[in-house]
Design a protein around this ligand. Structure first.
Ligand SMILES: [Fe+2]
Length: 203
């Protein structure tokens, strides 16, 4: 598998290219502001991009959708309720296979109602649900600490410890992590009841 991480734009966003190989087929996850370096890499690797996949609908995760779509002919996919121009409306458990790499959609509301994880080949793109050492905020419109608790403790932490975490922003000490490391080191993932977590998110 070919995986590239780009730190782009003014908010330390991460955009990802995932493909099978040089000259192969792939997807772009969360094209953000300042998409030019990503487009140059697509050309350099001669990749055919079939999908743009958004982890959620916030502007800094979708800003490059139109440009990537125009340049590559990719279809745009995101969770079905995302207020975006979508070619493919995704649901929890859907699978998208590009270049022989199956990607599974896991609905993880909390940061936004339309947040999802993309799970592929031992990696998980977490968007703003989970950062390295941190989680996404829940005080923006549509955010819910109760829902984020269920997503983090009921879905994210059910993933295998070896799964590589690909966050939506470069907010941590390292650009990527693993579920096992976050489980043991992240202060947001310490064992808490839902009530304790909601209080913690308010503090
Ligand atoms: Fe966000």
């Amino acid at each position: 598998m070919l995986l590239r991480q780009f730190r782009v734009g003014p908010y330390q966003n991460f955009t990802y290219i995932v493909a099978d190989r040089d000259g192969g087929e792939g997807v772009i996850i969360d094209p953000s502001f300042g998409i030019e370096p990503v487009l140059r890499e697509l050309d350099a690797l001669s990749l055919s991009i079939h999908y743009v996949l958004n982890t959620h609908s916030h502007p800094d995760h979708v800003a490059g959708n139109r440009e990537v779509k125009e340049r590559t002919g990719a279809k745009v996919g995101a969770y079905k309720t995302a207020p975006l121009e979508l070619d493919r409306k995704l649901s929890d458990g859907d699978a998208i296979t590009v270049g022989g790499i199956p990607t599974t959609v896991v609905h993880t509301p909390g940061h936004t109602p339309d947040s999802v994880l993309y799970l592929f080949e031992g990696h998980v793109a977490t968007g703003d649900t989970l950062f390295v050492g941190e989680c996404g905020r829940t005080d923006l419109p549509g955010g819910s600490s109760e829902a984020l608790y269920d997503s983090l403790f009921g879905k994210v932490l059910r993933l295998d410890d070896a799964t590589v975490v690909l966050p939506g922003h470069d907010y941590g000490p390292t650009p990527t992590s693993t579920i096992g490391r976050e489980r043991s080191e992240s202060y947001v993932l310490r064992p808490r009841t839902k009530e304790e977590f909601v209080r913690f998110m308010r503090s």
